[in-house]
Write a protein that binds this ligand. Structure first.
Ligand code: S3P
Length: 181
C-alpha cells in the first residue's frame, strides 16, 4: 500500500456532535505524543468569531465554505490528530480529500454514537446552532442524513456507546499503529 506523505495527519476523527471527537482527540494526542487540531477551532480563528456568531451573522453556507477550506488546509499541513466538525463530511471536496487520504494509507475514524448516548454528552444546551429548537429531533435528522457519508469516508468504525473515552482511544491507538503511518 502506498503510504500517506509525512505531512498528512496521523489520524482523522469524524462523527456527529456528541460522539466525543474532542475528548478522544485529546487522549490520542497524549497517547501518540502528537499535536491535536480541530477544524472548528481553525474556522473560529480565521473568522475571528465563534461558530454560533458565524451562523447568525453570515449563515450556514458561509460557515461550510470556511470549514471546507479549514479541512483542506489541515489535511495538507497537520501531522498529528485531526478532529473534524460533525458536518464537514457533507462537502463534496472534503469527501474527495478524505478518500485520497485513506487511499494513501491514512486512517479516518467514524466515531459512532446513538442518540441516547450522545444526548447526555452534549447536554443539548450548548452553543450548537444546528441543534436549536428540538435538539433531539434535529440530531436524529442530521445523523440519518449523514450516516452513509460517515461510513463512506471512514475506513475505521468505532462505536462509542457504553465505552469510556480511554477504551475508545485505546482501540484507535491500535488501529493507527497497525496502519504503519
Ligand atoms: C456541526 C458540528 C459542530 C460545528 C458546527 C456544525 C454540525 O462541531 O462544526 O456547530 O454540522 O454537525 P462538533 O461536531 O464538534 O460539535
Amino acid at each position: 500500500m502506498q503510504m500517506a506523505s509525512h505531512t498528512a495527519p496521523r489520524v482523522v476523527l469524524t462523527g456527529p456532535p456528541g460522539a466525543g471527537k474532542s475528548t478522544i482527540a485529546r487522549l490520542l494526542g497524549e497517547a501518540l505524543e502528537l499535536p491535536v487540531r480541530d477544524t472548528d477551532t481553525d474556522v473560529e480563528s480565521v473568522a475571528g468569531k465563534s461558530i454560533t456568531d458565524i451562523f447568525v451573522d453570515d449563515g450556514e453556507q458561509h460557515f461550510r465554505e470556511l470549514e471546507a477550506q479549514a479541512v483542506a488546509t489541515a489535511l495538507r499541513e497537520h501531522t498529528g490528530v485531526l478532529a473534524l466538525g460533525g458536518g464537514a463530511i457533507m462537502d463534496p471536496q472534503t469527501q474527495e480529500l478524505l478518500m485520497e487520504y485513506t487511499v494513501s494509507g491514512g486512517t479516518v475514524v467514524f466515531l459512532d454514537v446513538s442518540l441516547a448516548a450522545a444526548a447526555p454528552r452534549i447536554g443539548f444546551n450548548q452553543a450548537r446552532p444546528l441543534l436549536l429548537g428540538n435538539p433531539r429531533a434535529q440530531w436524529k435528522k442530521l445523523m440519518d442524513t449523514r450516516r452513509p457519508l460517515y461510513e463512506r469516508v471512514a475506513n475505521a468504525h468505532v462505536v462509542t456507546d457504553h465505552r469510556t473515552p480511554g477504551e475508545v482511544a485505546g482501540d484507535i491507538v491500535s488501529l493507527v499503529k497497525a496502519s504503519g503511518l
